[in-house]
Design a protein. Structure first.
Length: 228
């Protein structure tokens, strides 16, 4: 998919925020930004435990830089405010009136999956088939399905597949660490709670996945009894 994914937030007072998220390459890096970056985007600020980036080569946290564009716009907006959010993904358009927890969680998830962060960018295949406003069950099913498809290709190419999905659980544990550190960063950048609550919701997805994978598979097993 070459065209960017767009998000438009329209509030009752007529205020509108527009975001165009490119799907080719990383969303934003210090090299392609003209405006100065705030201190909370520095790699050394609230750095994630186990961050694999070389501090000598990376002055900024890629995930923080990518979130900065959205976080700055919503820093003074309360999480209970609602907006009409319209998302265009390729030839499809999604629209829903949601609170900031739901709308920003979806946007933040997209930014992070397309980020230059070595951990969050592992979710890039999901971002390229982005489904906004998805429920926990829908998200978990998509994640498990894509991961298992990758294991099938690994088997076909002569590799060792991870049918138990231990690698996926480990990834979501890493994501939990990243999200916790990003929340600390956003506390420095936000006057009100919409940014924090949105990322908190995204982090909750990560924590639940690591615990709920067996339940998700059990539900899918029951559904698949009726087809395929």
């Amino acid at each position: 998919m070459d065209s960017p994914i767009t998000y438009d937030f329209t509030f009752e007072d007529g205020q509108t925020f527009h975001f165009s998220v490119p799907t080719q390459g990383w969303v934003e890096t210090p090299a392609n930004r003209d405006d100065p970056l705030p201190a909370w985007t520095l790699l050394a600020t609230d750095r994630c435990p186990g961050c694999p980036l070389d501090a000598a080569a990376h002055r900024f946290c890629p995930a923080a830089v990518d979130l900065h564009a959205a976080a700055a716009r919503f820093s003074a907006i309360a999480s209970f405010r609602k907006a009409r959010v319209t998302v265009v993904v390729g030839e499809r358009t999604y629209a829903s009136t949601v609170d900031m927890n739901t709308g920003l969680r979806s946007l933040f998830g997209l930014y992070l999956a397309l980020s230059g962060c070595p951990v969050t960018r592992r979710l890039r295949p999901l971002a390229l088939q982005h489904v906004p406003f998805s429920s926990l069950d829908e998200t978990l099913t998509r994640v498990a399905g894509r991961y298992l498809l990758k294991q099938y290709f690994a088997l076909r190419d002569g590799g060792t597949p991870d049918w138990e999905m231990t690698g996926l659980v480990a990834l979501y544990q890493q994501l939990d660490d990243v999200n916790s550190a990003l929340m600390q960063r956003l506390r420095r950048a936000s006057e009100k709670d919409s940014n924090l609550n949105a990322l908190c919701g995204f982090a909750t997805f990560s924590r639940i996945y690591a615990l709920a994978i067996d339940d998700v598979l059990a539900d899918e097993k029951e559904r698949l009894r009726h087809g395929f």
